[in-house]
Structures are given as structure tokens and as C-alpha cells.
Write a protein that binds this ligand. Sequence first.
Ligand SMILES: *Cc1c(COP(=O)(O)O)cnc(C)c1O
Length: 387
Amino acid sequence: MSDIFEIDKEYVANTYNRFPVDLVYGKGSLIKDNNGKEYIDLGSGIGVTAFGIQDDEWKGAVIDQLNKIQHASNLYYTEPCANLAKLLCEKTGFKKVFFSNSGAEANECAIKVARKYAEDKGVKNASIITLKNSFHGRTLATLAATGQDVFHQDFLPMPEGFLYGTANDLDSIKELVANNTVCAIMMECVQGEGGVIALDKDFVKGVYKICQDNDILLIIDEVQTGNGRTGKLYAYMNFDIMPDVVTTAKGLAGGLPMGACLMGEKVKSTLTFGKHGSTFGGNPIAAAGAISIISRIDDKLLLDVKKKSEFIIKKLSNKDGIISISGMGLMLGIETKKDVKEVLKYLMDNGVLALSAKTKLRLLPALTISMEELDKATDVIIAACKE
Ligand SMILES: *Cc1c(COP(=O)(O)O)cnc(C)c1O
């Protein structure tokens, strides 16, 4: 066993059940471990390295910024932060951006925006509706927002102010709205950690209408689905809606820690001086990396994402041991007859890194993965699932 496994187990908090692989080098969608074994990467972290490992243009942008200034407090202006906010707003129609360092923090910001929006109207102690089987993060408020009891266990009491509706059951949302003071509804258009399950279009549009009719904010958590992952810049764009708030993180800065909370017309002035902040938020290195990523997510790249998605779905459909395929774009969940742990082990032994979500095999490859790499990796998946 590698020394690194021992040292990590001894000194790093044991919150992760790591695969026994020490990753040391990568380029694009190929990654090598410390023994020189090569893997095709179908996880890109967990949907983080959107353009693969060491993408040349991204690396150039990050290094250019490193050669200028690596950090300045938010008491000063820096160019990448301002330009990234402008780019995100121009590409989406949102009006203002608050930058953080993770997905959970982006959601914390959205929760604060929703509560203050209600307070500014004179509504006290309003609740936020989220969905059962959702995932919104690991901070206490985002844990409370996460509609899965298993995540709450051992950490009680949970922060108050969250109610849980049922995905694709509009009546469950209507009932909660009718019987409570609700300031926002927060949901993922494709539930990621919950098992890569896309919400029904009618449900999403129905929730949008309930929000519009009742002056309730619609918050879409795009931490995982955002930044080109589903074949649109943001997943909500697949559903003919315009949310009031969108949160994102994972793929945003191509592998550097960054989260963003995008605020629309209704809430563009809700956060005022002193009401929120972050020491590292809007860091110039992360922002330079994010500009490199976001500016290259154009129609051609998004069309490629859809083509690659169709290729995977077509190739894996009706294969021995594969029950169903869910998700959108390059965010796919594969229901297998074999235990997913067994499938992942076979894949790793045979040079493919992938993920799981609940009982499904989950694929979140880099948006730039080549067709050859996808072809090879899906051959291995077919072999892994075969009974
Ligand atoms: C990963 C994830 C989060 C949490 O992001 P962190 O960066 O780990 O804090 C929140 N929401 C969704 C939908 C996610 O997939």
C-alpha cells in the first residue's frame, strides 16, 4: 500500500471513503496514478474540471493572473471579478452576482437573499420550500435545505425555515404554499446526488407559475447542472423559465474553488452594503479561470455536449445488465443490475474513473472529452455491466 494512503488515513479527517488510487497527473480526460496507470476520466472531479485537466487556454488564463496578483481583499476592485460578473449577466439576463468559494456557500447566499427579500416586504419568518431527495450542500442551512433525513441525522437541531415538497407533484407544492408563509422555492432541475433525476417540464413550469402568482422567489440550484453540463449554459434554460436566483459552482472555474449566486431583476438590490461577504469570494485567480471557461461555452460546445450525450445513451441502451439511463446532457445516471460498487471497481481496474449517485452509476465527463475516449470508456462500461 502506498504511504500516501496511510498518511491520509492517519491525518485527514475520515469523512471520505476514498478509492485506493493516488492521482498524480492528467491531461484532458486522461489521468495517471502514481503507478503510471492511465484512466479515462468520466467524473471530472464531481463535474468540476469542465474542460478537462490542464486545459491549455484555462491554464494560460490562470497563470497570467498568477503573474499579476493572486488575491486582493474585497475592499478593492480587481478586474477578473468585475469582468466575470458582467460576462455571466450578459449570457443569462441576471443583473447581479455574488461570488463565494463553493456550492453550499452559493446556496447560503440564495437563502439569505430570499429571507431578506421577504423581510424587506415586511414578511417575517418566511419559509423556503425545497424538494425531498434534493441536495443543496453540507453547511447547516444547506443541510436543512437538503430534503434527505440521512444527512440531518447526528447534527440536530437543524436551522428552521425549510419545508419539503415532492418532486413532480405540483399539488404538494400548492398545499405547502397555501398553508405556510413561503418566500422561495429552491430546487435542482436535475437532482444530482439524488440519483440523476430530471424534473418533469410541466412540474418545473408549474412551480414557476406558482412563484410568479404568489411573489415567491424561484431559486434554481445549478451547482452541478450549470456551466454547460446539460447542453445549455444553465439547466433552467431547458425548461422555458426565468428563475429569480441561480446558484452555481462545481464546473464554473474549471477546477478552482468558486461559487456564484446570480440575482435577477426582483432581487438585484436585495443584498446591500454589509449584508453579506466572503474573504476569498471573487478571487482573481478563480475568476480568471472562470472567464476562460464561461466565455468558451458557446452554441458549438453545447451542441457537442448534446451529441456526446446522445452517443452515450444510444450506445448503452438495451445492453445486458443496463436497466435504464436518466439525466440530461453529460450528466447521466445508469441503473445497472449489478451493484454499482462492483461496476465502479471493474471500471477502475480497466482504466475508467466514474462516479455513483445513490444506486446508479453516474457519468459527469469533461464537456471536452473526445469521441474516441467516450467510445473506449463506454465499451468498458458495457463489459462492466454485463452479467
Ligand atoms: C455539490 C452540490 C452542492 C454543494 O457544493 P459544494 O461545493 O460541495 O459546497 C450543492 N448543490 C448541488 C446541487 C450540488 O450538486
